[in-house]
Design a protein around this ligand. Sequence first.
Ligand SMILES: *Cc1c(COP(=O)(O)O)cnc(C)c1O
Length: 384
Amino acid sequence: MAGTTQSRAGAVLGIDLAAIVANWRLLRARAGGAECAAVVKADAYGLGAAQVGPALAAAGCRVFFVATLDEGIALRAGFAEAARSGEGVAEEVPPAAIFVLNGAAPGYETELLQHGLIPVLNSLGALEAWGMLSDMLGVRLPAALHVDTGMSRLGLPPAELATLAAEPERLDGVTLTLVISHPACADDPSHELNRRQRDALVAARSHLPTAPASFANSSAIFLGDDYVFDMVRPGAALYGVAPVPGTPNPMNPVVRLDARILQVREIDSGMTVGYGASHRTDRRSRIATVGVGYADGLPRSLGNRGSGYIGDHRVPLVGRVSMDLITFDVTDVAEDLARPGATIELLGARQSVDDVAAAAGTIGYEILTSLGTRYARRYDSAGL
Ligand SMILES: *Cc1c(COP(=O)(O)O)cnc(C)c1O
């Protein structure tokens, strides 16, 4: 990616759309004959739903999941814009289905409908509200139903599922297009909850009208065929996050973050660097300052723990992470490489999103969704 650093921004975020599409194809193949949806909530995990959505749709992805009504509206607009500009899907392809995981906020059901969004109904109350809208319009509106099998988060709890089993007429007003549940521990293949949740979904389906089912997020796709059902819902793995921690990552890397060195300072042994004087040099040192900080989503916990790369040279992040700045010890790197204007790789081939997450004590998901708005974003669609 030579030249990507020519920018007035302090850092360039490169997002490889072709890699996202390749990851989607890989997951689809892994899921055998099941439908492979794409989860693009939180602005496609911070990478831009307006770019990612149309790229995946053009590759054949027909089903998308967002978290909120506003995300659904934005995605629908992104598809329309891509179609207008000729970058997206051909017009004869039917519009993609967009499911809203958090459902409709009470009173906003009509708005979902207006934008062609399908709610994931998470309670009997939500089902009733959607059914009332159906009645009013004299049609059976499509809906997905989320059954809680062990997350204790969203979805029908067991008691509501029992009510629904006893009073199936509650579903009369809607067309059930999908039944989903969500795994709590799929990133730990040995966890016994995986099997229990999967079996609970199978049991729940036996009480519901026939409809396709979906259980697997990224990690659960790798638990085996039993977990695939009719549709899989990967998010993180599309964006390069390792679906099975502790094993080689089969996904293609998607993001690069290259930050420009603003200044290099030569300091004596015994000097300190940054807020709190948390790093003290034990030799004469060169310190490179880079214009990226926690306001750009770089976790503050990377202070004295993170790394950057100049070419193949690892340079340790020393001192605290400031709001807009970080500092690296570049003493061991040749001066002509570690100079103002040169770049330090913060994410890329030498350190993955998962590597940075591990150093920061978090998960790749949080690193991606925290990526800030001050980067110059470069979308690479070569090969699409
Ligand atoms: C976020 C989410 C997903 C995607 O999960 P990943 O672990 O990112 O693959 C799938 N289903 C639901 C209900 C979600 O909330």
